[in-house]
Design a protein around this ligand. Structure first.
Ligand code: KG4
Ligand code: ZN
Length: 334
């Protein structure tokens, strides 16, 4: 088969990114323009500001990506675009750019679900092996997805309330760390001791998660210490919180591996960058004798490469769209 070059565009939150990927597995070029420094001032992503920055950056990001790859639009075989889920205003900017390129250069338009992108970030490391369990952990998602083949997604469980990344960011705020707090809590957790007692959420028979109780427990604990005039031991709280958050993921992952005959576990999404989770997943999969794949740090957070990789497999599955394609802030992966 002829080599296929897919241009992937991602703009669902606060990163404007474009990448070119060959045959779903090899990154030819990538450009990411991050807005973290802008949103840091507000303690989180401000949707309207994010959209405006995407408008400002999208053309430059696309041009720079083609330049880096030393390619022209004529050399591209398809345009993969994150159609959702995400911030609607942000999604629309990427979508309009993708549609315009698709129309002008007569290239197939390939809609990609953001979470499919996070999952396929792993195919940049090694080919996916089935049956596979994808542990999707990000700022907006905490889901367990079983895949029996490419582009066949079966969600077996997910969070009933907050996403794990959201919980990390909230805990970070409580202990006075800047947005995005997840990586900072992770770093601090290495320095502390597990001294605070926090509840392990949802120890039930399902594959679901719950993080709002844990989040509230951390907030209450911090308030109580403050009222007693005592200072919270930040590193210890980070360690105690991380231990419980990670355990609540690994206990359900263990159950899924054992009950679903899983051969390969992949971890996907921003929180896949978490050191505590990476270590715990390695220990668990070693113990159960299954293969583990975690993308390198640079592919854990939002990027166009993962969208292009997923787009390649979506294209092989016949998933193209016409110019009526619309963005969706919410959508189930299927
Ligand atoms: O996948 P992502 O870039 O955006 C979404 O699609 O949500 O994930 C961002 C989330 C944020 O909540 C961020 O705090 C969290 O991932 N995160 C981490 C770490 N690195 C990023 N959480 C815990 N530990 C980390 N090392
Ligand atoms: Zn993401």
């Amino acid at each position: 088969m002829k080599d296929m070059y897919i241009l992937g565009i991602e703009s669902s939150c606060d990163e404007t990114s474009a990448s070119i990927v060959k045959n779903g597995t090899e990154e030819i070029a990538t450009v990411i323009s991050s807005q973290i420094d802008v949103h840091k001032n507000y303690g989180g992503v401000v949707p309207e500001i994010a959209s405006r920055h995407h408008v400002k950056n999208i053309t430059m990001v696309l041009e720079e990506c083609l330049e880096k790859a030393n390619m022209k639009m004529e050399d591209i075989d398809g345009i993969a675009i994150t159609y959702g889920p995400g911030l609607i205003g942000s999604l629309l900017i990427g979508l309009e750019a993708a549609k315009t390129l698709s129309f002008v250069y007569n290239k197939p338009l390939i809609p990609v679900h953001h979470i499919a992108g996070h999952i396929y970030a792993n195919s940049l490391v090694q080919p996916l092996k089935f049956p596979l369990l994808a542990v999707v952990v990000s700022g907006g998602h905490t889901e367990l997805i079983v895949m029996k083949d490419h582009y066949q997604f079966e969600k077996i469980g997910g969070t009933l309330d907050d996403a794990i990344g959201e919980c990390y960011d909230k805990v970070a705020r409580v202990i006075g760390l800047e947005y995005p707090g997840g990586p900072k809590v992770d770093k601090l957790a290495k320095e502390g001791q597990d001294t605070y007692k926090l509840p392990i959420p949802l120890q039930d028979d399902s594959y679901n998660f719950s993080f709002s109780g844990l989040k509230s427990a951390v907030i209450n604990l911090a308030h109580n210490e403050e009222q007693r005039g005592e200072e919270i031991r930040k590193a210890d709280l980070a360690t105690s919180f991380q231990k419980v958050a990670v355990e609540s993921i690994t206990s359900k992952v263990r159950k899924a591996i054992e009950e679903k005959g899983i051969k390969n576990v992949i971890v996907a999404g921003g929180v896949a960058a978490n050191n505590g989770l990476r270590t715990a997943m390695k220990e668990l999969t070693d113990e159960l004798g299954v293969e583990l794949s975690i993308p390198p740090m640079k592919y854990c957070t939002d990027n166009g490469t993962m969208i292009a990789a997923a787009g390649y497999y979506a294209y092989l599955d016949g998933r193209t769209a016409d110019l009526n394609l619309n963005s969706k802030s919410q959508d189930v992966l299927k």
